[in-house]
Design a protein around this ligand. Structure first.
Ligand code: ADP
Ligand code: MG
Length: 618
């Protein structure tokens, strides 16, 4: 194996290898890098598009197309065309119940807290897998353009993304064959693209206004000695350019005296109208008036009319700005710059309203608002690569720290490359009834199975009162101080029982060993994520069997013979599939058992199944 130098401070491999910056967006995604002129540059396709629509289409044979090509299928084959997958990332079905009808493809309705699954033909996908397909496309684009393998990346996420959404983004990168050096907040990346944060001496507050296709985010950041701190975020997860397109369509339908139902029933016509609306909207950002005579329709729209149509939406975004500003504890005049992000900020009326609201601030809008997040991610990548001697790299932890969860999986609490000091906490639960001793195993390393990582410590949380599986709430907290000492504490929140331990993760670990651990994780990345998903599918199935059998036992007298026999048969099918090591088959029988029991589980109103599996199990 080739010897590769490693930077202990950053935990990164030192080679003249390119690290790309990726904006993995809800509507569109992009990849950028720092070119030979030291400038961030977004990579484009043959036609010059830097944007890759975040859409994946599946054929019955399981072949996929990504991006513009996949977008063509959105109307004619909605069940098999996955869009807005970022909305699902790191979420369970219960998080999504209210927005389920927004998607044209099938999302599985499961009674668990596990990651939500999408069903396409007879296969099951998590949002991680779909995101990995998008990332692979971006990776391929970069490799094609740069004519060299691209293995490392910085990926951006919204500032409000929680721990589980960030972890899911990392996993998607891993599955796409990318070593994700860091997850960066989108507003931070956008600010970096404008050079903010590159001077260690500056201290100021920034607002980042991001109006994309389907979502609106406003973030207030404080910048101090090169560190961005998120003071507050606000926004609307269903507000963006798509809404503008829809109001234009409604207006045109009125103008042409046509009947809405007929148009909406005609899929190709409504698709055509949608594309025309977006086209006209974009042009109105630069022109005053547009009239099209096409297909017997008169499609006219003036800038003034357009402004009147979209004003209510813009006002909603400004209300979010007011709330974010209030939550940040700052006055408007304390915000020195407003960074404009997202395609929809090209609209002049948007700029006017944002300027008027942040009247004491300078509006940053000179960069391409589609690209600004990816460009900033490329700058962050360059900093991490140690290419900017002017920027001090803070101390970071070279290897990830986490605990073992059910099935021998590594659950990372502090990802590698995190700046220290740092802390993280997460809640877990038990998988067996009446567990009074809960074992916490602490590990270090990048592999998905703890057996491949380095064990740092182990301790028991003793004397937890007997409770059914899934009920205890065990909060595990990691605190890594500036000297690299890790304090792990565990507390069962219902009983208050707690326990704590201190370890020094770097103790007895040589640079060579760290290097070897990193290389192993790179080589095995894809296999590792697949193994993890397999283990997760299996533990989910085993858990479902356990719970269903307990349910049968308890409620036998309230069930009919058919219900009991049918359930037993479905359990048996699931057991058989468990032995096959075939993930899709396990998920299929899992779904079948769930579907079969759902009607009478509801009738019997046994809450056992509902409360079970709230959170990961240890
Ligand atoms: P996301 O961050 O959600 O992935 P983007 O930042 O790429 O989305 O923004 C996409 C939206 O920007 C689309 O609704 C698109 O129509 C809109 N858009 C792009 N260019 C313009 C323009 N010139 N004028 C108005 N809207 C535009
Ligand atoms: Mg975006």
């Amino acid at each position: 194996m080739a010897k590769v130098g490693i930077n202990i401070a950053t935990g990164s491999l030192q080679k003249d290898e390119i690290i790309v910056g990726i904006d993995l967006g809800t509507t569109n995604s992009l990849v950028a890098f720092i070119n030979s002129n030291q400038q961030p540059y977004a990579l484009n396709d043959m036609e010059g598009n830097t944007i890759v629509p975040s859409i994946v289409h599946f054929t019955q044979g399981g072949e996929t197309t990504v991006g513009l090509e996949a977008k063509q299928h959105l109307i004619e084959d909605p069940q098999h065309t996955v869009y807005s997958v970022k909305r699902l990332l790191g979420k369970s079905f219960s998080d999504l119940k209210n927005i389920q009808q927004y998607f044209g493809f099938k999302i599985l309705d499961e009674d668990t807290e596990g990651l939500v699954k999408i069903k396409i033909y007879d296969k099951y996908y998590t949002a991680i897998e779909i995101s990995a397909l998008l990332l692979k496309e971006l990776k391929a684009r970069a490799e094609h353009y740069l004519k060299t393998p691209v293995k490392r990346a910085v990926i951006t996420v919204p500032a409000y993304f929680n721990d589980s959404q960030r972890q899911a983004t990392r996993d998607a990168g891993k599955l796409a064959g990318l070593d994700v050096l860091r997850i960066v907040n989108e507003p931070t990346a956008a600010s970096l693209a404008y050079g903010l944060g590159l001077d260690q001496n500056e201290h100021q507050n920034i607002a980042v206004y991001d109006l994309g296709g389907g979502t609106f985010d406003i973030s207030i950041l404080s910048l101090h000695q090169g560190v961005f701190e998120v003071l507050s975020t606000n926004g609307d997860t269903f507000l963006g350019g798509d809404d503008f397109d829809k109001t234009i369509i409604n207006y045109w339908i009125q103008q042409n005296n046509n009947i809405t139902e007929q148009i909406l029933a005609n899929k190709s016509l409504s698709q055509w109208l949608r594309l025309k609306a977006e086209e006209v909207k974009k042009q109105l950002s630069f022109e005053e008036n547009l009239v099209l005579h096409e297909n017997g329709w008169i499609l006219d729209l003036s800038r003034a009319k357009f402004n009147a149509l979209i004003l209510p939406f813009i006002e909603r975004s400004i209300e979010c700005c007011e709330k974010a500003l209030a939550d940040s504890g700052l006055q408007g005049n304390e915000i020195s710059n407003v960074v404009m992000v997202g395609g929809s900020t090209r609209i002049p009326l948007v700029k006017q309203n944002v300027s008027a609201f942040f009247k004491d601030s300078i509006l940053f809008d000179s960069l391409n608002p589609d690209e600004v997040v990816a460009l900033g991610a490329a700058i962050e990548a360059d900093i991490l690569a140690g290419n900017r001697s002017d920027i001090l790299l803070l101390d970071v932890t070279p290897l990830s720290l986490g605990i073992e969860t059910l099935g021998g999986l590594m659950d990372t609490l502090i990802p590698r490359n995190s700046k220290i000091p740092t802390k993280a906490a997460r809640q877990y639960t038990t998988s067996i009834d009446g567990q009074s001793n809960i074992k916490i195993n602490v590990f270090q390393g990048e592999r998905d199975l703890v057996s491949e990582n380095r064990k740092l410590a182990t301790f028991d949380l003793r004397g937890v009162p007997a409770m059914p599986a899934g009920l205890p709430k065990v909060e595990v907290a990691f605190q890594l101080n500036a000297d690299g000492i890790l304090t792990v504490s565990a507390k069962e929140l219902r009983s208050g029982i707690s326990q704590e331990i201190e370890v020094k993760p770097q103790y007895g670990l040589t640079d060579d060993e760290v290097e070897k651990m990193l290389l192993d994780s790179l080589v095995n990345a894809q296999q590792d994520v697949e193994t993890r998903m397999m283990v997760e599918a299996k533990t989910e199935a085993q858990q479902l069997i356990y719970l269903t059998e307990r349910f049968l036992e308890k409620n036998a007298d309230m069930l009919t013979t058919e219900e009991k026999d049918g359930t037993k048969q479905k359990i048996e099918d699931l057991r058989v599939s468990l032995a096959t090591e075939d993930k899709n088959s396990i998920l299929k029988y899992n779904e079948a058992l769930n579907e079969f029991t759902a009607p009478f589980a509801e009738r019997v109103m046994d809450k056992a199944i509902a409360i079970a599996m709230k959170g990961k199990q240890i």
